[in-house]
Design a binder for this molecule. Structure first.
Ligand code: FES
Length: 322
């Protein structure tokens, strides 16, 4: 279970049509807020007991406050409606510690691409890179200019940001963006699924299917085809949980996370869809079919870690550090 804390909503402010920013402040007498880095997100508990993930977009050096921004989603599950319609300044919210599955890696250049509310982690990254005087460019697209949050705040970054309102300037030329990426550069993208897929397609068109230049973050697999993967061609395999001393025989498609939890093994987990990174487990020996959307292609090929909620073995014996 992720570590939780209570925070107070100390400011709510409109940033664009349908986008509210929230300033979250530590409760009196509590320690400073935990540190965070650009790309981190927190889970916010809503009244139905479920959580919603929001990227932190404030100033990481401010240990008294965090900032998130919430788009009112008419098709959503109700979390954004609660925040927009019921939550008010002074209310308390239960949240988790910041987590990062979208860290800024070293690169010769960072090409940041944001669509709509996907600007939140990209803005924290852009401001961080600007503070460190590292080369980057942020391409920020939205439906209309009025729907694009934080334009004034981003304007101080000058020509390192391109604003593209779709109704006026059209969509970004993603193939050109990937083609012009300097050697050793990386593309970071956050926004609607269609944008992520378009950036991936552009990278494949320019660099081939084995490219490893795109980094992205998803908070849901909604709209994605279920990942089937290559099944192990056998009735069962041996799973060894080395630290807890369990050896069991499982069918290739059995959920390793569920089996480990049923044995009382303590494993952090949250999304159960291979997108949050919390169930990451070290592989001691064996090979797996990686089905997560957190790790990079290089990390998949290294076979050192796996997300046990979704990935499955491709070998007769898999030994994990659990
Ligand atoms: S629980 Fe989220 S990646 Fe496994």
């Amino acid at each position: 279970m992720a570590e939780q804390r209570e925070v107070r909503v100390s400011r709510m402010q409109w940033e664009a049509e349908g986008v509210l920013s929230l300033r979250l402040t530590r409760i009196e007498s509590e320690d400073p807020m935990p540190e965070w880095a650009p790309g981190d997100h927190i889970d916010v508990y809503v009244p139905d007991g479920t959580t919603r993930q929001y990227s932190l977009c404030g100033d990481p050096t401010d240990r008294g406050h965090w900032e998130i921004a919430v788009l009112r989603e008419h098709e959503g599950r109700g979390g954004s409606a609660y925040i927009h319609d019921e939550l008010r300044v002074g209310d308390r919210l239960l949240v988790t510690r910041p987590r990062n599955t979208f860290a800024l890696e070293d690169a010769s250049h960072h090409a940041l691409v944001a669509g709509g509310i996907g600007i939140t982690p990209m803005m924290a990254m852009a401001e961080h890179l600007a503070r460190e005087d590292r080369p980057f460019h942020l391409t920020y697209g939205g439906r209309t200019s009025g729907a694009m949050a934080f334009r004034d705040r981003l304007a101080v970054l000058g020509d390192r940001v391109s604003f593209l309102a779709e109704d006026a300037q059209g969509r970004p030329d993603l193939e050109a963006l990937v083609r012009d990426l300097p050697e050793g550069g990386l593309v970071y993208v956050c926004g609607p699924l269609g944008l992520l897929q378009a950036v991936q397609a552009a990278a494949e068109a320019v660099h081939g299917p084995d490219h490893d230049v795109v980094r992205f973050e998803l908070f849901s697999r909604d709209g994605l085809e279920p990942v089937v993967g290559q099944a192990l061609d056998a009735d069962d395999y041996e799973l060894v949980l080395a630290r807890s001393g369990h050896t069991l025989r499982l069918a290739p498609e059995d959920n390793i996370l569920d089996k480990a939890l049923a044995l009382g093994v303590d494993v952090d987990n949250d999304c159960r869809e291979g997108i949050c990174g919390s169930c990451v487990t070290a592989i001691i020996s064996g090979e797996v079919d990686h089905r997560d959307l957190v790790m990079t292609k290089k990390e998949h090929a290294a076979m050192k870690e796996m997300m046990i909620c979704v990935s499955r073995p491709t070998c007769a014996r898999l030994e994990l550090d659990l």
